[in-house]
Each structure stands twice: as structure tokens, then as C-alpha cells.
Design a protein. Structure first.
Length: 449
DNA sequence: TTTTGAGTTGTTCGA
DNA sequence: GTCGAACAACTCAAA
């Protein structure tokens, strides 16, 4: 019998954000449908996990409880307690790894210590092998008695009360079927060009599998298996290798979160505890969140996020860098906003990403590595298609100015239908000046602590 | 223990 | 337009 227990209170500070809850709802719908096709149905309960489990165990006389592991610090703690308690009750309790190539504790250095640098980690993992096999679907599932109680999905109130989710509905089909379709489409596209194409927000060069991976609707081993099946072998295909490497980063993020469970809130590199962030002005933060910073690429990304629950990876870096370096607002503010708005919000990935951009992760980017959103736009959205799509008020600008409208003569701007400060904001900060100030602030931090 | 080489994703400046 | 150097110093990992 398959059971879903909704226990958001147990997730504490990092309880699912609104976009993730939307995904979860539809994911459960899809899951239940596939279970029903196998002659069963999903039982849904709400409340403290252990108590709810015991209730269902009492109702069914279940003797063996199994689940796939999740790796957020609080989840690990909770599941450990549940496992011990149920074992004391005399039950057989087992958990499995379904979401990673290897457990976070299985990849380690000679002395048993965790890795803090990706490349050696990835080499070590690869030398263990990415072999994998895919088990077939079960032919059938145990019938659930007709009178067995279950909440409806609506009872969980996962969907937004105000219908802001139209953009999400257009962009995504949560569930295993959606995942497999997405994977097929990705593999049918030219994966050989992935390493360059993945940087182009104006193209559809990425897999878009992140939310499916997060919710366990597809797993990295399954993806690796499919790639191998498609290509015959993985070696020698630069695009495929580069893509698998991204799965490696996901894996590494889980490794780090497991070994350094304080990092969702606190910098791994402790010198950053003394960094002087700007006090976030709600107006400034809001301009960033709503895509009104006056920097086209940043705004395009933030609007794509708001509209679809997802943002292209390259643009995530640029938008995050702008918040953390140019506005010098604490990366946690950004992490929390992404947490609420991303359908692929994942504590491990979100943490490693924001700490990398802020430069406070273990393998810190040099402090002087500050993205210039104009250059990044010209390089990775050379025709401005991405900006025009998400910032339509700039659509008529000539390509030369699409990433820097403030450089355009006022008269020309107006003939493109843009009055700066009216139709589209002036830049929130001067890019050059704020860059220099950030460099200065990072320099001041260095050496102390 | 000491040493050595390396570390996702950049930008700017000057030749 | 292109190219290489400078931008700091530190920590990690492995030999």
C-alpha cells in the first residue's frame, strides 16, 4: 500500500514554497493516476509523520515499512527517529536510495573526510562507476480496502488561493510521464552541443529536468541509463559528458549539505560571517524580486521565474550576482525568494548555488569574479530574444541597446516606445560603481576573522 | 609532514 | 577585434 503523509510543520524554516507546493499537488495527482492503473490507490493523510504512520499501521496490520530517503537535515533527523521508533514497535523498516548515484557518505577521501571541491569529488565518484540498471514497473499493487480512509488532495490546500499559477500550468507537466517526455525531447535534440547550448537562455538547450529530479519523478541513474541507451556509450560525447557532470553537481550539492548541514543559513567559509552586507531596503529587494531593476537580463530572468517557476541557469547566476554583488544584499534573501518561487527549489542545490555566487562556498569563486549583466547578455543572449520575450516593453529596442537601454539617446529610446523611468526603470545602481564598491567590501573582509 | 598543483560558469585593461 | 595578464590569497587534495 502506498501512503503520502503531509507534514509541512516538520520542515521548519524550509517548508515548501508556493511554487513547489503547486508542483507537489500535481505530482501527487499524477502519481495516484499511475497507481490506479495498477489497481490500487494512494492513501493521503495529514499530521505528524510518526503518529500518522502508526495509525495506518494499526488500520492495516502492516509489518514492513519502506521509503526512499530524502537528505535535508531535518528530514534525516525525523526519518531516523521514525525508523528507530517503528523498529522498537517490532516492525521491519527499511529505507533506500533512489535519488542519487551514491549516498552522500559513500564518496569520501582517503581519511574518510568529505570533499569540499567538486573536481576531485567528481573523479572519485566516477571511479566508483555510474553503472545502473532500471527495474521494471510492478505488474500490480496491493488492493486497498474500499473503506480505507484517505484525505483528498484538496484537503492539503497545496494550490494557491489566488490563481497565479497559469504560467506554471503552461510551462510544466508534473509527474513521471512529464519527466520522461522531457527527457525524450532533450535526448532527441542535439545533445552533442549541450556544453555551449546550455548557456543560451534564448535557446531551449537545457534539459529542464530539475523539478522532476527534485520530486523524484525521475532519477539520475535513470537519466544516465537513457543517455547510454541512446548513444550506445557515454565516452567521447562532450555534450553528454557535460550534462552528466551537471548531475554530478547535483550529487555534490547533496554531499555538501549532508556533511555541512548548517549551510542553508550559514556560510561554509566562515570569514564571510564578518562581511558587511547592505541592509536590504524593501523597495530595492522588491524591485529585484519583481524584475524591475532596470537591468534587462536580470529583469528578464526574474520575470521568467515569477511566470514559470523556473529560470535558466546562466541567468540565475547573473540575477543572483546582481543581488549579492551589485546590490550587496545578503544571499539568504535571494535564497529565500528562489525557495518560494522555483518549482525546482531544492535545499542542497539552492544552498550550493547561492553560496557559490556569494563566494562563501568551500570552493569559493574569487571575490573579483563579478558578473557584468550587460556583457553576459551580449554574450549569451546576443540577439536579445530572451530579454524581448520577458521584458516586452523593451521589445522594440535595437539589439545594440537591448541589454543597456540607459546608454541609448533619449530621442531614439522614445522612437522605440520607451521612456526610461516611466515605461522601464533606470538601473537601480550604476554597474561600474557598485562593482568597485563590492570589490572594496570583499577586500576589507579578507584576512580578518 | 611537506610540497605541489589546482580550483564550474569573469572582467577589465592595455598592447 | 583579439589576446594575455592581472586581479589575492587561500584552501583543498593527494602524492
Amino acid at each position: 500500500m502506498l501512503l503520502f503523509i503531509h507534514a509541512p510543520k516538520e520542515d521548519g524554516e524550509w517548508a515548501m514554497g508556493a511554487a513547489s507546493r503547486w508542483w507537489l499537488h500535481h505530482s501527487i495527482v499524477a502519481f495516484d493516476e499511475s497507481i490506479r492503473r495498477l489497481g490500487s490507490r494512494l492513501i493521503i493523510r495529514q499530521g505528524p509523520s510518526l503518529a500518522m504512520l502508526r495509525q495506518v499501521i494499526a488500520e492495516t496490520g502492516a509489518q514492513r515499512i519502506v521509503w526512499n530517503r530524502a537528505y535535508e537535515p531535518r528530514t534525516i533527523e525525523r526519518d531516523k527517529e521514525i525508523k528507530e521508533s517503528l523498529r522498537q514497535d517490532g516492525l521491519i523498516v527499511e529505507s533506500f536510495n533512489s535519488t542519487l548515484f551514491y549516498e552522500p557518505w559513500e564518496v569520501k577521501r582517503a581519511k574518510g573526510e568529505p570533499y569540499k571541491v567538486f573536481t576531485p569529488y567528481w573523479k572519485a565518484l566516477q571511479s566508483k562507476g555510474l553503472e545502473h540498471s532500471i527495474l521494471p514497473l510492478p505488474r500490480s499493487l496491493t488492493l486497498v480496502p474500499a473503506d480505507m480512509e484517505s484525505l483528498t488532495l484538496e484537503n492539503l490546500e497545496l494550490l494557491p488561493k489566488i490563481p497565479w499559477d497559469g504560467g506554471l500550468r503552461d510551462a510544466w507537466h508534473p509527474g513521471e510521464k512529464g519527466a520522461l517526455t522531457m527527457l525524450d525531447e532533450f535526448l532527441d535534440s542535439e545533445i552533442g552541443g549541450y556544453s555551449a547550448e546550455r548557456d543560451r537562455p534564448d535557446h531551449a538547450g537545457t534539459s529542464r529536468l530539475s523539478p522532476y529530479l527534485h520530486f523524484g519523478e525521475i532519477g539520475p541513474r535513470q537519466v544516465a541509463w537513457a543517455i547510454q541507451a541512446k548513444l550506445g556509450c557515454m565516452d567521447g560525447n562532450a555534450g553528454a559528458e557535460s550534462f552528466i557532470r551537471q548531475l554530478g553537481w547535483r550529487e555534490f550539492a547533496h554531499h555538501l549539505l549532508f556533511h555541512f548541514p548548517h549551510t542553508p543559513e550559514s556560510p561554509l567559509n566562515e570569514s564571510f560571517l564578518s562581511f558587511r552586507w547592505n541592509e536590504p531596503q524593501s523597495q530595492t529587494l522588491q524591485a529585484w524580486q519583481t524584475g524591475k531593476t532596470g537591468i534587462p537580463l536580470v529583469d528578464a530572468g526574474m520575470r521568467e521565474l515569477w511566470h514559470t517557476g523556473w529560470m535558466h541557469n546562466r541567468v540565475r547566476m547573473v540575477a543572483a550576482s546582481f543581488l549579492v554583488k551589485n546590490l550587496r544584499i545578503h544571499w539568504l534573501e535571494g535564497a529565500r525568494w528562489f525557495w518560494d518561487t522555483l518549482v525546482d527549489a531544492d535545499l542542497a542545490n539552492n544552498t550550493i548555488g547561492w553560496q557559490w555566487v556569494a563566494g562563501c562556498g568551500a570552493d569559493a569563486a574569487p571575490y573579483f569574479r563579478i558578473f557584468n549583466p550587460v556583457l553576459q547578455g551580449q554574450r549569451f543572449d546576443p540577439n536579445g530574444d530572451y530579454v524581448r520575450r520577458w521584458v516586452p516593453e523593451l521589445a522594440q529596442l535595437p539589439t545594440r541597446f537591448i541589454h543597456q537601454p540607459w546608454q541609448m539617446p533619449t530621442a531614439d529610446l522614445e522612437s522605440s516606445g520607451v521612456r526610461l523611468g516611466v515605461d522601464y526603470p533606470y538601473p537601480l545602481v550604476d554597474l561600474k560603481l557598485s562593482r568597485e564598491q563590492a570589490l572594496e567590501a570583499f577586500k576589507q573582509m579578507g584576512g580578518r576573522v
